[in-house]
Design a protein around this ligand. Structure first.
Ligand code: ZN
Length: 902
């Protein structure tokens, strides 16, 4: 009789033969930080790259840190390395002199100053995790942040160990003609056996996470930039040969970013060469390795027929982001990974500012806030809620989050608001001056800003440890007799606060605001006791107490209050104002963001009421105020096309769901579909007129007016197609056929997919036939189907998971289908049958052994499971438990699932 494995010796009295349980994952805590016991001055690496086994020879100049225990052993990080030899000061160590386990190499007795040589073997071709040294499309590349360098060689793999690197790569000359690493190329030549080598030297000390190398058959699109001080920098974009005609936009974006950082922040580039390599298999967006950025090809390659306007903008933003890291991240880096927002929040803030300067500040800001509310607010109210500076983690890769990045950027934005542009710049200057070449903390950053401005930012510092989205409550009273208007602001802990958050310490919150008279004009802003009104139509109130009242004088008629202009703080606003007040703000607020936000709030109210009606089985009737407001927006000559398109895009179902205790999955979908159709019917005339007025009048151009025009054009098409009448469908069919660019083509196809039937099949077939050989465009084909609202979307997605072009081996493809479905399609992913859950869980289980980082991202689609009704809760819970029970589950996925199940 056979026994099931694991039951064989399940007797608790025989622990020696008990089933192997993985050790509970180790929690790393911020409070446990200890400086390293050794420093590394110089690193010399030699890579022998080979198809079967690659060899890494490392020579490290080590020295015991001042103050470190004299007898402390040397403990190096190293994972999955086959150790061939280890030597100290030229003497090879016997096996008794060191100990290796799954994560470390420990050498018990070492001198205070010495040279360590190790030789290890690795197999990059088998590396499916895509961290460390791996292969993509037959080329070698690396990804070391956060802890990938230890998968290449034994090292003190932590950001506060900064060293100078010299790197030699040797490989087959025909297969790998291009050999790149950080810094400057100082030697190159032939080797026997058809091999060649190149040696690179990086003069700047850097942490190991910024190490990079690339070897492969690549082509270079080159350019140049002359710095403010007159140094010429060579710029190189390296891509696979067939993509060489898609690099110009990335190059121009880089040049714009370099100029902008000089003009805004006085920061020049510091090496003679800046390289960007585009790879097809990449876990994240891009990586800022010193002088040698490695990018997900998605954020480099663009040609009008393959990339949308959004793609062009995303490329410019990511190129800039990685470039800006050269100062905020590389020259000044993080002491430990808990400080991640030091570089990421700050660099996101810088790329936001750059995007605003390059394009439309209002449109940029609206897109940022939309992303923040959709992803970060959701994260902040679920099991992964954490401060922008986390207190603990199990797997660092799980903390590259919307909170660390986007909320982190909002926190920097509040500092800019509080200090003003000049004060903020003074603070940044001092930060660079004090800390260039160092690994520092968020507190160091805040201290530099405070010191440069003589300001106390102590209370502000609580934003770094605060969890959840705080609520800003506003109440007003007006006394027409005295002309006094009182605004009472109160801060409250997050609505979704868990135990212990009630005593949240008081935050320092900048609230940008203004007052509008009934005729829409801006009122002077004078507080009682002030001699005169503050200059301008906006002022920033600083809320530091639990509650504060601000009393304005000279307010004769009840004003509309414009609060959180520019979204001056990452909070949830609780201000029960009338629909009429919202309509007034929508029409007249001088702050474009606030105008948009008022419209969103109005639409949200309408949609949530209709959702209730739908759930209760009542007849749905459109609120005429929304129709009127949308009609006004369409007709408003002051608004550009992008702003109109944003204003007319209803809040998505995920954001709406955040405003419900239990997400009404079907009700929200029905309500939103209903309003789209109702608006399309009511505004048919203007929409048709706009569609033809905004028709393309020349070949594709990526200029702001043209982008604005296309956005409005496609918004109109989307509404018209929702009518589903022959004439409107014909417009979509024609646009799909005639488009000379991917924006128009993709939007038309999205409409055809919603329409369904033969036009959908024809469109999808044609798109697939045309682009099947182009991975990035084919990703769009998967995504459009995954995010569709069409009734048979779930069936589609289930079928697409078996499509010959679908693969879990490529992160972009995985995300294109599964993350799009699980994280962006609330209605169909949460299908009451539970089959969406089943699919996602199946794929997580399948992917986890190969790429735990991407699997952990996918599984987070279940994070908000408690927000749904009991049937859905049970179904998601069962999937989470199934995943949790998977033998050998990765630390990454395990951490997310465990937090979700708590
Ligand atoms: Zn970054």
């Amino acid at each position: 009789m056979s026994e099931a494995p694991g039951q064989a010796a399940a007797s608790p009295s025989t622990p020696a033969s008990a089933p192997q349980r993985p050790a509970p994952p180790q929690v790393i805590r911020r409070e446990d930080y200890c400086p390293p016991a050794f420093g590394i001055d110089r690193v010399e690496l030699r890579f022998e790259l080979d198809e079967d086994v690659s060899t890494v020879h490392a020579t490290l100049a080590l020295r015991r840190a001042p103050g470190a225990a004299a007898a402390a052993p040397l403990v190096l990080d190293g994972e999955g390395l086959v150790l061939r030899s280890v030597a100290i000061d030229g003497r090879t160590l016997g096996p008794e002199a060191y100990a290796q386990d799954a994560a470390t190499l420990t050498i018990a007795a070492v001198p205070d100053v010495f040279e360590l040589r190790t030789v290890v073997e690795i197999r990059p071709q088998d590396n499916t995790e895509l961290t460390g040294l791996y292969r993509s499309s037959g080329n070698y590349c690396t990804q070391c942040e956060a802890e990938g360098f230890r998968r290449i060689t034994f090292f003190l793999d932590r950001p506060d160990v900064m060293a100078r690197y010299r790197v030699t790569l040797a490989a087959d000359r025909t297969r790998y003609p291009v050999l790149l690493a950080n810094g400057n190329r100082v030697a190159a030549g032939e080797l026997p056996g058809g091999r060649h080598f190149a040696t690179w030297d990086d003069p700047f000390p850097k942490p190991s996470y910024l190490f990079a190398l690339v070897a492969g058959d690549l082509r270079c699109h080159a350019g140049e930039f002359t710095t403010a001080s007159g140094r010429r920098v060579r710029l190189e974009i390296w891509v696979e040969p067939e993509n060489i005609d898609r690099c110009e936009h990335a190059l121009r974006s880089l040049q714009r970013a370099m100029l902008w950082d000089e003009q805004r922040f006085g920061r020049e580039y510091d090496l003679d060469i800046y390289m960007i390599v585009a790879v097809s298999d990449f876990n994240m967006g891009a990586m800022e390795n010193k002088g040698l950025n490695i990018f997900n090809a998605k954020y480099v390659l663009a040609r009008p027929d393959t990339a949308t306007d959004d793609d062009y903008e995303a490329i410019e933003k990511v190129i800039a982001h990685e470039y800006f890291h050269n100062w905020t991240g590389n020259r000044v880096t993080c002491r430990d990974w808990f400080q991640l927002t030091l570089k990421e929040g700050l660099t996101v803030f810088r790329d936001h500012w750059f995007s605003a300067d390059m394009g439309s500040p209002a449109v940029t800001r609206i897109a940022e806030v939309l992303a923040l509310r959709t992803a970060q607010f959701a994260e902040d109210s679920g099991p992964m809620a954490h401060p922008i500076r986390p207190e603990s983690y199990v797997e660092m890769n799980n903390f590259y989050t919307a909170t660390v990045y986007e909320k982190g950027s909002e926190v920097i934005g509040m500092l800019r608001t509080l200090l003003g542009d000049a004060g903020f710049r003074r603070g940044m200057d001092l930060y660079f001056e004090r800390h260039d070449g160092q690994a520092v903390t968020c507190d160091d950053f805040r201290a530099a800003l405070a010191d440069a401005n003589g300001r106390d930012l102590e209370q502000f510092g609580r934003w770094y440890s605060q969890v959840g989205t705080p609520v800003l409550r506003a109440r007003t009273t007006h006394d027409p007799a005295t002309g006094r208007f009182t605004l009472r602001l109160e801060q409250a802990p997050p609505l979704a606060a868990g135990a212990g958050r009630e005593a949240a310490p008081l935050l320092h919150i900048p609230v940008a605001m203004g007052l509008l008279a009934p005729d829409g004009s801006s009122l002077p802003l004078q507080l009682v006791g002030e001699a005169a009104a503050s200059p301008g139509e906006t002022r920033v109130l600083e809320l530091r107490e639990q509650a504060q009242s601000f009393e304005f004088v000279g307010v004769q008629e009840a004003p509309a209050v414009s609060l959180l202009r520019g979204f001056s703080a990452p909070v949830e606003l609780d201000y029960p104002r009338s629909d009429d007040e919202l309509a007034r703000l929508m029409g007249a607020d001088p702050d474009a963001f606030a105008r948009w936000d008022a419209g969103q709030e109005l639409a949200r109210r309408v949609l949530l009421r209709l959702c209730d009606d739908a759930v209760a089985g009542r007849e749905l009737v459109i609120d005429e105020r929304l129709v009127t407001a949308c009609g006004r927006v369409l007709a408003d000559p002051r608004l550009d096309g992008s702003l109109k398109a944003l204003a007319l895009t209803l809040p998505n179902e995920r954001i709406l769901g955040q405003h419900q205790t239990i997400v009404a999955v079907e009700g929200l979908h029905r309500a939103r579909q209903f309003v789209v159709r109702a608006l399309a019917e009511a505004l048919q005339g203007p929409l048709r007129a706009i569609y033809s007025e905004t028709a393309p009048r020349g070949p594709y151009a990526i200029t702001q007016p043209e982008i604005d025009r296309r956005r409005l054009h496609n918004l109109a098409l989307g509404y018209l197609a929702a009518l589903g009448d022959d004439a409107s469908v014909a417009l979509a069919v024609a646009q799909f056929k005639d488009a000379d660019n991917m924006s128009d083509s993709q939007e038309a196809l999205a409409c055809l997919i919603e329409v369904g039937g033969p036009v959908r099949e024809a469109g999808l077939a044609e798109f697939h036939a045309r682009w099947r050989g182009d991975a990035l465009v084919l990703d769009k084909w998967f995504t459009l189907q995954a995010v569709s609202g069409h009734p048979d979307t779930l069936e589609r997605v289930l079928a697409l998971a078996h499509h010959p072009d679908f693969t879990l081996a490529n992160p972009n493809r995985t995300r294109a289908l599964l993350a799009s479905f699980g994280l962006r399609n609330q209605f169909h992913f949460h299908d009451a049958s539970g089959r969406g859950y089943q699919l996602l869980a199946d794929k997580v289980c399948e992917l986890d052994p190969h790429n735990p980082h991407v699997a952990a991202r996918l599984v987070s689609a279940f994070n908000n499971w408690r927000r749904f009704d009991s049937g859905r809760q049970a179904a998601m819970h069962a999937q989470l438990q199934r995943i949790a029970g998977l033998p050998g589950l990765s630390r990454s996925t395990q951490e997310i699932v465990a937090r979700a199940l708590v």
